[in-house]
Design a protein around this ligand. Structure first.
Ligand SMILES: O=C(O)[C@@H](CO)OP(=O)(O)O
Ligand SMILES: [Mn+2]
Ligand SMILES: [Mn+2]
Length: 605
């Protein structure tokens, strides 16, 4: 950084933007911009607030890139995701991300010379190497081709007995694609067997039901995986993994994301690959959030989240280090991106007090990912992070409104309290419900997220902001109490009683920045090259549960925004990483020189 100590963190004053404005920084998770048709849930949903940014202040609304190289992913075919999206938003620079770092380490062979691999290699003579992770080519948490290279490389390095414990996907890839991935894996393992390596699949289960929980939402998910992977116990036993996945998918409503846990057994009915003393384990996901809980279970001597029954003495390494602050796990095959000097850390050093909030399933996104994969606050006196417990044990199409309103109310209270300069939230609905593939529920989810940003005054009759609504709004403005009629056309006089985020920002004379981390809800079907829905062999639509390659909107506004502030037109390829400098400007500071350029300027009239 050139100089050391507090001075190194000092940001220059911005010549035009004043300090001291309260800023609401809102991330709508999984909210991209796409063609408006019936499979675009954001288009279908009633989203008057998000629509109004685009239509009423086009100079303060634009699209930014949220996938591929804009967020440090290997190629432009890589969809965005929450990890890389929030990393870019918070860090203001683009870092080569886990997917890319693992690619290079495997391509150069450096992975095999590293400390992590040497550590697990100690098991190769007498023990088994277990590989646990997500089996797909989604590229969000892991990639099949990386697993294939690792399997081959480990065998070449002397692994004699290998067991794979996979999680089926259906969330970053089409539902049903699990069968093909398992077949491919079986072929690879059979090739290894021909070369004399005892290599087999040992267990499996759907990622959302087995192992890949995050932010401690539901430890039962990790326990189900532990029982199958470590203890060799599961409600289902099969001789073959392909048969297991095919059979379990036949159950009504079964899907790849939620397959129950199963173990593979030998001809005597014994599990072929429980984890034992002296074995090595590699969790081969590069992304942290959904591996951290398992990493704790595998590594911590002191552990009380569930009864592990048996804790084998193993050589455990993560594909990456998953938490830089906790140093978890202690051994890893590839060093993670060093995301340092994030905007959050700078702002704290420059007196900006921060409040961050989401519900459990996205809590780490606006804290851990935002701060460069670092858990905890930089300065507890200046920051408050609030987690609203998510619903547990349901798929979110059942409760598509999720905790959007609760998050908005917490943000509203934080804004009105005057205790914070930045109030940062993630509204999960578009993403979490979009991943279920339930189009109707995703429409409800999008409306809920829009309402959390700002509740619009609606007319009882037509449900729109018509002249009746405006007259009513005026009327209630004159009456010193709030009116609240609950129903589908919820009617709130937000001007009198601030209900959600923008209402509160308006009341305190603040600024809002509304954006998203990647697309999801704006496209719910697989499409051909011309953008038309692509039908499968039987003529059915293929529902897209994954993220997309689409850009996301960003809007700025609010009474505290300097007159003449607008988006520059000389940053046409701007992406998520340009947002940090933008927000620093709005707080009254120049961004550090190596940050991606700001998106805004002030035009003097
Ligand atoms: O749920 C998740 O783990 C990913 C998709 O794999 O979604 P997001 O990046 O939005 O968290
Ligand atoms: Mn996301
Ligand atoms: Mn998602």
């Amino acid at each position: 950084m050139g100089s050391t100590g507090q001075n190194a963190w000092k940001l220059a004053d911005h010549p035009k933007f004043p300090k001291g404005k309260t800023i609401a920084m809102v991330v709508l998770d999984g909210w991209g911009e796409a063609r408006p048709d019936q499979y675009n849930c954001i288009h279908v949903a009633d989203t008057p607030t998000m629509d109004s940014f685009k239509t009423t202040a086009p100079e303060r609304w634009r699209l930014i890139r949220a996938h591929g190289s804009a967020v440090g992913l290997p190629s432009e075919d890589d969809m965005g995701n929450s990890e890389v999206g929030h990393n870019a938003l918070g860090a203001g620079r683009i870092f080569a991300q886990g997917a890319k770092l693992v690619d290079s380490a495997l391509a150069s062979g450096k992975i095999y010379g590293g400390e992590g691999f040497k550590y697990i290699k100690q098991s190769f003579d007498n023990g088994t190497l277990h590989l646990i992770g997500l089996l797909s080519d989604g590229g969000v948490h892991s990639r099949l081709d990386q697993l294939q290279l690792l399997l081959k490389g480990a065998a070449e390095q002397g692994a004699k007995r290998i067991r794979v414990h996979f999680l089926t996907d259906g969330r970053d890839v089409l539902d049903g694609s699990s069968v093909g991935f398992v077949e491919t894996l079986e072929k690879d393992l059979s090739n290894l067997r021909e070369k004399g390596v005892d290599a087999q699949i040992a267990s499996g289960g759907g990622r959302m039901y087995v192992t890949m929980d995050r932010y401690e939402n539901d430890w039962n998910v990790v326990k189900r995986g532990w029982d199958a992977q470590v203890l060799g116990e599961a409600p289902y036993k099969f001789r073959s993994a392909v048969e297991a996945v095919k059979k379990l998918r036949e159950e009504p409503k079964a899907n790849d994301q939620y397959l129950p846990p199963f173990v593979i057994v030998d001809e005597s009915g014994n599990p072929v690959g429980p984890i034992k003393d002296g074995d090595a384990v590699v969790t081969f996901n590069f992304r942290a959030d959904r591996m951290t809980m398992l990493a704790k279970a595998l590594e911590y001597a002191d552990f009380d989240k569930f009864d592990r029954v048996r804790v084998p003495k193993i050589y455990y390494a993560g594909m990456l280090e998953y938490d830089g602050e906790l140093k978890l796990p202690s051994h890893y095959l590839v060093s993670p991106p060093e995301i340092e000097r994030t905007s959050g850390e700078y702002l704290v050093h420059n007196g900006v007090r921060t409040f961050a909030c989401s519900e459990t399933v996205k809590f780490g996104h606006v804290t851990f990912f935002w701060n460069g994969n670092r858990s905890g606050c930089f300065n507890e006196e200046m920051e408050e992070y609030v987690e609203i417990p998510s619903d547990v044990g349901i798929t979110f199409n059942v409760q598509p409104k999720m905790k959007a309103l609760e998050i908005a109310e917490k943000a509203r209270d934080a804004i009105l309290s005057g205790k914070f300069d930045q109030i940062r939230v993630n509204l999960p609905n578009g993403d979490m419900v979009g991943h279920t593939g339930d189009i109707e529920a995703t429409v409800v989810a999008c409306k809920a997220a829009d309402e959390a940003v700002k509740v619009q005054i609606h007319c009882f009759d037509c449900g729109r902001v018509c002249c009746h609504a405006l007259v009513l709004m005026l009327l209630f403005l004159l009456i010193p109490f709030s009116c609240h009629l609950v129903g589908d056309n919820e009617f709130v006089v937000a001007c009198v009683f601030p209900r959600t985020i923008i209402d509160a920002i308006e009341q305190v004379g603040g600024i809002y920045v509304i954006t998203a981390d990647h697309g999801n809800a704006e496209d719910m079907v697989k499409r051909d090259k011309s953008g038309e829905p692509q039908l499968d062999k039987s003529g059915n639509l293929q529902i897209l549960t994954s993220h997309t390659l689409k850009p996301v909107p960003i809007a700025i506004g609010g009474p505290g925004l300097k007159a003449g502030a607008r988006f520059r037109n000389d940053v046409p390829t701007g992406g998520l990483a340009n947002v940090a400098a933008t927000v620093m400007n709005l707080h009254g500071f120049e961004a550090p020189d190596d940050y991606e350029p700001t998106l805004i300027e002030v035009v003097d009239n």
